[in-house]
Structures are given as structure tokens and as C-alpha cells.
Write a protein that binds this ligand. Sequence first.
Ligand SMILES: Nc1ncnc2[nH]cnc12
Ligand SMILES: [Zn+2]
Length: 336
Amino acid sequence: MTQNLLKAELHCHVEGAAPPALTLAQAEKYGIDSRSFVRNGAYVWTDFTSFIACYDFVASVFRTQEDYADLAEAYLCELAGVNTIYSELFVSPDHGEAVGLSAEAYIEGLAEGIARAKEKTGIECRMVIIGERHLGPDNVLRRAKWLANYSHPLVTGFNMAGEERMNRVVDYAPAFQIAKGAGYGITIHAGELCGAFSVTDALDHVAPSRIGHGVRSIEDADLVKRLADLGTVLEVCPASNIALQVFPDHDSHPLRQLTDAGVRVCINSDDPPFFHTSLAQDYEIVANMGFDRSEINAMTRTAIEAAFVDEATRSRLLLRLDEPTRQDASGDDLVK
Ligand SMILES: Nc1ncnc2[nH]cnc12
Ligand SMILES: [Zn+2]
């Protein structure tokens, strides 16, 4: 039902988009033993802690600018192949630095891949810098200070991911203040591993325009109303939420309750091969939850409205969403 819809994604971690086959090829190239983390063509993890360990391993087999260029190009071309017109990639220079790649080289490599994908498919992409929460407040602050002194036209936002159960949001507030003061769009992972209080913390201490996941806001009716009143956009990642057991199954996922309460949401894949999903699959999951095409198109529109892009680019992307419906040879709608 959603195959032909235009799509947009605001929440995908670039290393988390590496397919196991690519990780294996990279590991072999560098003589790295991958057997603890890739088995039978799938990533090996059982809970959030082992997921992060596996993620870090995957990141460690991308070692050069060219490796990162190829990774970004491959993922964006895949997205464009399912009618995605806009992507925001979460990128963590800490992972580059862990293998000896400077933050600047890491970004330049990704930017090269983004440029190649745009040239081939027209897909628009921006990068959001991640501070890793489990590396501690000092490290996230260091990353924000680096960002405030850095400038790249494709780097437009700041975010914090990682182990949400470590520390409280207020401990990281100075980092967000710096990134916000430097003009970056702000989003933050909250309400995924921790309950509604973590989203309240985020609103109180960071006041982001978007929240990564945020789905456990459903535990607090006042908070849900606050999100709706503020217009804060939740970057919802349905397959990720089920895989990480935030909710036991799709039926218990609160997406419908959130939208019924007026909360703005968009659809995302987070770390697709880790969760045996893809952006196309997450769109299908949302359709299977009972959302119709116009509701799903509204979520795509919300993504573009909340994207960290300049206004000219946003207007152009919104115009594409508004183009009259085109049809393919079988008479099926091609874009809406
Ligand atoms: N789903 C997720 N939550 C927190 N940190 C992450 N890093 C990569 N994926 C993540
Ligand atoms: Zn995420």
C-alpha cells in the first residue's frame, strides 16, 4: 500500500544502516574477526546493551573517508529507490575518531557519499551530529563545542543518542545550549528506554523541536497534551521499538493514541538491518496499524516541515509532495 508513496526519513543512524554483508566485506578488507557480531547474515545482539556493542563493532569496520562515502551513497540510493525524497542521517564523529579518522574527515567522507547519491537520484540529505550519551556529559559537551566551531553546509543539527538510562538530561543541557546557540536544529533521544519522565526532562532542559522516539510519553497524559500543544515532532521508529522490546508488538504500539491526541509524528527506521527492517517496511508497518494513505502522507509532510533544512529546500520538498498524483503503467498511483 505504501510502496509508491513519497517518503522522508529524519531518524537513521548511518552506521546502523550498514547491511551485514557490507560489514562482513569491510571486516574482511581490514582483517577483522566479525564472528561475534555477524552470524548467518544477521547482526548478533539480544538487548540494548549488546545492540550498542554490536553497533560499535559495525562502526569500527568503516575506517576511511571512502568507506563512509560508500556507506552513505549506498543507503541513500536504497532510500531513493523506494521514493524517498529527503533523509536526515545521524552521524557520530566519535565513531570516526575511535578508528583514527578525524571528525572533519568523517564528515567529508559522508558528504561525498551524499553528493554522489544526490547526483544519481536527486535525494536530498542533511547530517545531524550525535553526541553519545554513554560517553558522558563532558564528551557530549566537547562534541557540541566542536560543532559550534565547525561549519559544513550539510551539517544542520545536533542530537544525543546512546544509553538513555545513564545520567539525566539536565547533565547534558549545556551541550544543547551551545549547539542551539550556534544555530543548529535540536533533537534528542528520549522516551525509548526510559519512561515519560525522560521526555519531560528533554522538554524542560533542552526544549527540542523534535524528539527521537518519545513514544513512552504515552505513559503520561499531561505530557502527551504538552507535546501536542508545543507541536514537538516525535521521530517514531516502529520496527525498532518492537525489536528493542519497548513495546511487545505492533498492536500495543501507541502511534494511534499519539496521533489521536494531536501529537505530530513521522516514520523512521533507526538502524534498519539491526531490526530487520527498512524505511519502506516501517511505512508498511504504519499502514498495517490502520493508518490510511492520506494519514501517512501527512506524516511525511510533518517530516519535511520538521527537517533541519533551509526554507528554500523545505519549500521545494513540500512542493514535490504536493505535485498532482502521477500514475504508473498499471494505473496505480505513483506518488500518493
Ligand atoms: N535506537 C537507538 N537508541 C539510542 N541510541 C542509538 N544509537 C543507535 N540506535 C539507537
Ligand atoms: Zn535512534
